[in-house]
Design a protein around this ligand. Structure first.
Ligand code: FUL
Length: 477
């Protein structure tokens, strides 16, 4: 099989996800909560000199955060336990710069615990963001002394709050209070993380989940989970997010060097490859932290829907930030728009029309032990693997009568890596076949807007694949 002059290369599909990566990708959609002294000073990056006394959320109820996230269709929640300003939302034993010296619950509060408990109540998994960059602690920039401090805090978070599903590591790294920049001992950090929470993924400046490269909700048209192994080097994420945080940076689109991370051409000379799937992280407001003056700039339901379909439906996980207000509550506009998204997700993907359709395929059925009907089950136990060496596959779906079709969902069986490189979708209208989609990657999940076409026949035509495609699920809604 040839593709643009390059031979089929089985090594491209040797990179496969770990169990923890599969579990994370399956969760699809998460909530980010950015909350710290910045909420009270109106800034995005605190400088570490903020007095603890300003932190005073008088109506904070972590259950409202968890409820809002669950109603929005999210499956997990990640809290900024410590942002770059160094202020801790839990009473860490290792610093005085925390809520224990704030008016919040007279210094007796622990927002990490309250949030972890609320997540359990609402069926969400809980994750932590612990900024390596600390602009408050005097050991920052002093090498091992700061690494020890960071690991002590990390150990508190990973041992005292139950199961953690993700440790989200920010790439931003600047000067500390003494003007020095710290060189983080990442490998030592990862070792402790793996020991204490072996099921948690280590994201962004970690080896499991990759930053998509922008904060504007933009997704690559061809998103590959198999990329060059050196992309997992935290120095790369750090370099990408080194700039000052401002709106321009947050809305910066991908530059050309970042649009193709995984094509055969791009990977042709890479010696080592890794399964390193992308995450789309974006805020519901212009800032990561709450600013009252942005109350009229909350992303609308339509915009959130668009981001959801592009990201979760474009082979990435989606991490959507909901910044609580000074009083500790998520603003009602943010909650209402997200709730609409949750209802959209639930109602749209409730009933799979493939359950009442016939499925056949070309090459024909009887050449395989398994029938393509296994595509109705949304799991990796059942999948449809094309015959070795046969990279083309057509899946045909037909109904007894015409149906109005809104969305098509396709999933590859990612335990076998990501294989499909080129496919199209066709349907029958007035006796002739029409093309309604033409694209490249599928990966974990692809959602295609069928725009309400009316038809009784749909064909998914895989035109090229790295090696024989393995499809796990087809849904039509
Ligand atoms: C960035 C940080 O600098 C922002 O403040 C925010 O936390 C974002 C999610 O990551 O690197």
């Amino acid at each position: 099989m040839n593709y643009n002059g390059l031979k089929e290369d089985k090594r491209l599909v040797k990179a496969v996800p770990s169990a923890r990566q599969i579990a994370y990708e399956n969760m699809e959609f998460f909530c980010f909560i950015h909350f710290t002294v910045n909420t009270f000073t109106g800034s995005e990056w605190g400088d570490g000199t903020e007095p603890e006394s300003i932190f005073n959320p008088t109506e904070l109820d972590a259950r409202q955060w968890a409820k809002t996230a669950a109603e929005g269709g999210m499956k997990g929640l990640i809290l900024t336990c410590k942002h770059h300003d160094g202020f801790c939302l839990w009473p860490s034993k290792y610093t005085e710069h925390s809520i224990k010296n704030s008016p919040y619950k007279n210094g007796k509060g622990d927002i990490v615990r309250e949030t972890a408990e609320a997540c359990r109540e609402f069926g969400l998994k809980f994750g932590v963001y612990l900024s390596p960059w600390d602009r408050n602690n005097s050991s920052y920039g002093k090498g091992k002394e700061y690494d020890d401090y960071y690991l002590n805090q990390l150990t508190e978070l990973l041992t005292e709050y139950g199961d953690i599903f993700v440790i989200w590591l920010d790439g931003a790294c600047g000067e500390g209070p003494n003007g020095k920049v710290q060189k983080y001992d990442w490998q030592r950090y990862y070792k402790v993380m793996r020991e204490l929470q072996p099921n948690a993924v280590i994201s962004i400046s970690g080896p499991d989940i990759r930053w998509c490269g922008n904060e504007a909700g933009e997704v690559r048209p061809s998103e590959w989970s198999v990329v060059a192994k050196d992309m997992t080097d935290p120095a790369i994420t750090a370099a990408l997010s080194q700039q000052e945080d401002n709106e321009e940076f947050r809305n910066r689109p991908l530059d050309e060097t970042q649009t193709d991370l995984g094509s055969r051409e791009r990977l042709a000379n890479e010696k080592e490859l890794a399964w390193y799937p992308a995450e789309t992280d974006v805020s519901i407001r212009p800032g990561w932290f709450y600013h009252e003056e942005e109350d009229d700039q909350v992303r609308s339901f339509e915009n959130l829907k668009d981001i959801y379909l592009k990201s979760v439906g474009g082979n990435t996980t989606l991490l959507l930030n909901l910044p609580p207000m000074k009083n500790g509550r998520i603003h009602e506009t943010d909650a209402a728009n997200l709730k609409q998204l949750g209802e959209f997700i639930e109602n749209t993907f409730k009933y799979n029309l493939v359950d009442e359709a016939g499925i056949t395929s070309i090459p024909p059925l009887d050449r395989w032990e398994k029938e393509p009907t296994v595509l109705r089950n949304d799991d990796y136990e059942t999948y449809f693997m094309n015959e070795a060496g046969t990279n083309k596959l057509m899946i045909k779906i037909n109904w007894i009568e015409k149906k109005k079709l809104n969305y098509l969902v396709l999933k590859e069986a990612i335990p076998f890596s990501q294989r499909v490189e080129k496919f199209k979708v066709c349907y029958e209208e007035n006796g002739s076949m029409k093309e309604c989609y033409n694209g490249t990657t599928i990966g974990y999940k692809k959602i295609i807007d069928l725009k309400g076409i009316q038809t009784d026949f749909l064909a998914i035509v895989i035109e090229d694949s790295r090696v024989a495609p393995v499809m796990s699920f087809v849904g039509v809604y």
